[in-house]
Design a protein around this ligand. Structure first.
Ligand code: PLP
Length: 395
């Protein structure tokens, strides 16, 4: 975004990739990067004061999730939480050899499951329809006596589609199978109350998706759920995850959860309005564009839009010249652009999956930024279409 002096400003709409750390969060964690460096496990009071602050953070996170502090295990990220849940549950049930998940999970779950297939486990990946909605009949059918864990996400990172997680968890519970959910994209964006959602046994979240820094995550484990530890070492986290705590990160996450709990409703209404304004402006001004995913059940901050006949990477590069940050739905695998596994699972045509762009907003986006993208994007799309070998120029 051009400022008056010609200087470029960033228009950051890639919040599903990572978020800006909130100023309040930085202030809260700073003393623990400075003078208050004690080890929370130490017997002396210098470490003890850090331990008490961690207990406070645990309480704030538990309040946001509607659970008790003892059910929170701190990890290093969402990926570690997902790995702990899946691998830990397989280790707890050595006689069971099957995992049930979905085709649209984040690689933190999907790659883990696919790697486990090489170790003799079987994996059922439940499909979705063209709007990214999970096939619940297929899910029901896949869970059997051999299933150790069902892992299905709350909200999709690429499309923002939100699954009916209570209904899904109830299906697993009716079959007596432990249910884990990757809620990395949901926490802080939509309310989750584990007190009410009592069929969810385990849940993953990640600090850097909700305005805390990178390098801290949580695995919630419902009281009474048996889970073998994934990371062995010291007695931290009541023996459930060894390793000296990321103290500043944990304190930051506590503050970020408190901010989310205090403002979630008003923020979501405001962010959803901005997202809708952006989406409508783009759809109206760019022909042959459409939204991917179920727009009725979607995170308030996310829109995934396909622009037919052009490549997402080219759009990203041209937007980058204006300081606009977003994501595309393709990934560069072995030198070739591969459309995302999520869009492929939804059956989005190849020409459209290649040209998909995800805008993901946050509380820090403004109406001016939406107007700026609405002005800059249509000429970019026109320009790329003129260059595209897939678009007929004859009429
Ligand atoms: N799960 C989902 C749905 C995600 O979107 C991400 C990150 O993008 C992860 C897991 C991994 O989280 P982390 O980056 O904290 O490892």
């Amino acid at each position: 975004m051009r400022l008056k002096g010609g200087e470029m400003n960033t228009v950051y709409m890639d919040n599903n990739a990572t978020t800006m750390v909130a100023q309040e969060v930085i202030q809260e964690m700073l003393p623990y990067l400075g003078n208050l460096y004690g080890n929370p496990s130490s017997m002396h009071s210098f470490g003890g004061q850090v331990g008490r602050k961690i207990a406070q953070a645990r309480q704030s996170i538990a309040s946001l999730l509607g659970c008790s502090p003892e059910e929170i295990i701190f990890t290093s990220c969402g990926t570690e939480s997902d790995n702990t849940a899946i691998r830990g549950m397989l280790a707890t049930h050595p006689n069971k050899r099957k995992i049930v998940t979905s085709r649209v999970e984040h690689p933190a779950v999907l790659s883990t499951c696919r790697e486990l297939e090489h170790h003799g486990y079987s994996v059922a990946e439940v499909g979705v329809d063209k709007d990214g909605r999970l096939n619940l009949d297929e899910l029901n059918h896949c869970i059997d006596d051999d299933t150790a864990v069902v892992s299905i996400m709350v909200a999709n990172n690429e499309t923002g589609v939100v699954f009916p997680i209570d209904e899904i968890a109830a299906i697993a519970k009716a079959k007596g199978v432990t249910f884990h959910t990757d809620a990395v994209q949901a926490i802080g964006k939509i309310p989750i109350d584990l007190n009410k959602s009592n069929n969810i046994d385990m849940l993953s979240l990640s600090g850097h998706k909700l305005h805390a820094p990178k390098g801290v995550g949580v695995l919630y484990v419902r009281k009474g759920t048996r889970l073998s530890p994934f990371m062995l070492g010291g007695h931290q986290e009541a023996g459930r995850r060894g390793g000296t705590e990321n103290v500043p990160g944990i304190i930051a996450l506590g503050k970020a959860c408190q901010l989310a709990a205090d403002h979630i409703e008003e923020e979501n209404t405001r962010v959803a309005k901005l997202r809708d304004k952006l989406e409508n402006a783009i759809l109206q001004s760019c022909p042959d564009s459409f939204v991917n995913g179920d727009t009725k059940n979607r995170l308030p901050n996310t829109t995934n839009i396909s622009f037919e006949y052009i490549e997402g990477e080219s759009i990203l590069l041209m937007m980058d010249k204006f300081g606009i940050c977003a994501s595309s739905g393709s990934a560069c695998t072995s030198g070739a652009l591969e459309p995302s596994h999520v869009l492929r699972a939804m059956g989005v045509p190849f020409t459209a999956a290649h040209g998909s762009i995800r805008f993901s907003l946050s509380r820090y986006n403004t109406e001016d930024q939406v107007d700026f993208i609405a002005e800059k994007l249509p000429p970019i799309i026109n320009c790329l279409r003129e260059l595209s070998p897939f678009v007929s120029t004859s009429g």
